[in-house]
Design a protein around this ligand. Structure first.
Ligand code: SF4
Length: 374
């Protein structure tokens, strides 16, 4: 049985549940930042709780209209050698293979796929493969979008077959929120899982990067989908941004980490929510977020606390490592400029900072003075 999808508030069950004035307000938001969800995911909302976390994830909020920002805060367009491919680091290429998701997250960092006059196109697979064949340092290909698991099974099969034929034999990663948004797509039919099973082997792994944001998404249906995905031989991990009103307490974050680790989906990254247009009310200041993540990790065992806290900045993937009363420490985990790789960034703390540019005082003389004793 396929899940029923809704691309407007008016045509969704929310039209009956919310009062007409609220619906009108939300419609003015969805005209700028589109709404999309399905009957399964909307059924997870507790409408008696105005602070319900699932509601924050999926239902438009008038605050979005008061939040300026960029539609491309990580400068992805600048790392697009051919349409539909992002190639920021020599070893990893990202293919935009789909422009559809099983829901539109209100905090989406790639809203330009759904918003604006010139959405980036998905890649032409043959041209993408031609390009990738000429990349000597390639070790990983990430299928993204949109959501690759929203593709038809035969299209996904074609893409995976072609990537598998690349001479560099890259690791394949697939980013997907389908297990959270529409687990029945994976558990009620076999075709998508059959395709994954065909291409995931002991020698050539597929990593499925899940996108669970809150424990309420880890339903019995989601657990069944996770189990089916694990049976394909794919390795599963999870990444989530830290989000105001969704998972910005140590208790919720720890519960998510533990629950997923127990299911064999250990946490991989926690991201700083990008300053994309319409997102600001969902972002958590960096130093507060770091404290929450560290508190959460403090009550988890090793596997559940593996996630790194990362800011996907246009200059690279920056890990936010730690803080003293006088300094905050960050480290380039990936860098556009090779000279930045693994280098430390040390700033004076700024409790209001939500992105790298909010740190004004970079300290460059952190090497301690040597005292020669002989
Ligand atoms: S699943 Fe990813 S690409 Fe799709 S709406 Fe959510 S954040 Fe955006």
């Amino acid at each position: 049985m396929s899940t029923k999808y809704y691309d407007s508030i008016h045509k969704s069950p929310l039209n009956e549940i919310l009062d007409p004035e609220q619906v009108t307000k939300l419609e003015s938001v969805e005209r700028v930042y589109p709404f999309r969800s399905n009957e399964y995911y909307l059924s997870l909302i507790d409408h008696n709780n105005p602070r319900d976390p699932i509601r924050k994830i999926i239902i438009p909020d008038p605050q979005e209209l008061a939040n300026p920002g960029s539609l491309d805060p990580s400068g992805e367009e600048g790392f697009t050698p051919i349409p539909g491919i992002q190639h920021k680091y020599p070893q990893t290429a990202l293919l935009l293979v789909s422009n559809t998701c099983a829901g539109i997250c209100r905090f989406c960092f790639r809203k330009r796929l759904f918003t604006g006059e010139n959405p980036p196109p998905v890649c032409d697979v043959n041209k993408a493969i031609d390009y990738l064949q000429k990349q000597p340092d390639l070790t990983d290909v990430l299928l993204s979008g949109g959501d690759p698991l929203m593709l038809g099974a035969s299209k996904l099969d074609t893409i995976l077959s072609k990537v598998r034929e690349l001479p560099s034999k890259p690791i394949i990663r697939i980013g997907s929120k389908v297990p959270a948004y529409d687990p029945h797509r994976l558990s009620d039919t076999t075709d998508i899982c059959d395709v994954l099973a065909k291409h995931a082997s002991q020698e050539e792994k597929i990593y499925l990067i899940n996108h669970f944001n809150h424990p309420h998404e880890v339903t019995e249906s989601a657990k069944t989908a996770i189990s089916k995905l694990k049976n394909t031989g794919a390795e599963l991990v999870n990444q989530t941004p830290i989000l105001e009103g969704v998972n910005n307490t140590p208790e919720v974050m720890a519960s998510l980490f533990k629950m997923l680790a127990k299911l064999g989906v250990p946490p991989y990254y926690v991201f700083q929510c990008r300053p994309t247009s319409g997102n600001r009310h969902l972002t958590v200041p960096i130093e507060q977020a770091m404290h929450i993540i560290h508190e959460a990790q403090g009550c988890c065992s090793g596997l559940a606390k593996r996630a790194r806290y990362i800011m996907s900045h246009k200059s690279g993937k920056i890990e936010i490592v730690g803080k003293t009363s006088k300094h905050i420490f960050m480290k380039y985990h990936q860098a556009v400029s090779l000279s930045d790789l693994n280098s430390m960034l040390v700033f004076k703390p700024n409790p209001r900072a939500r992105w790298l540019e909010d740190y004004q005082h970079r300290l460059t003389d952190m090497v301690p003075k040597m005292t020669w004793l002989f």
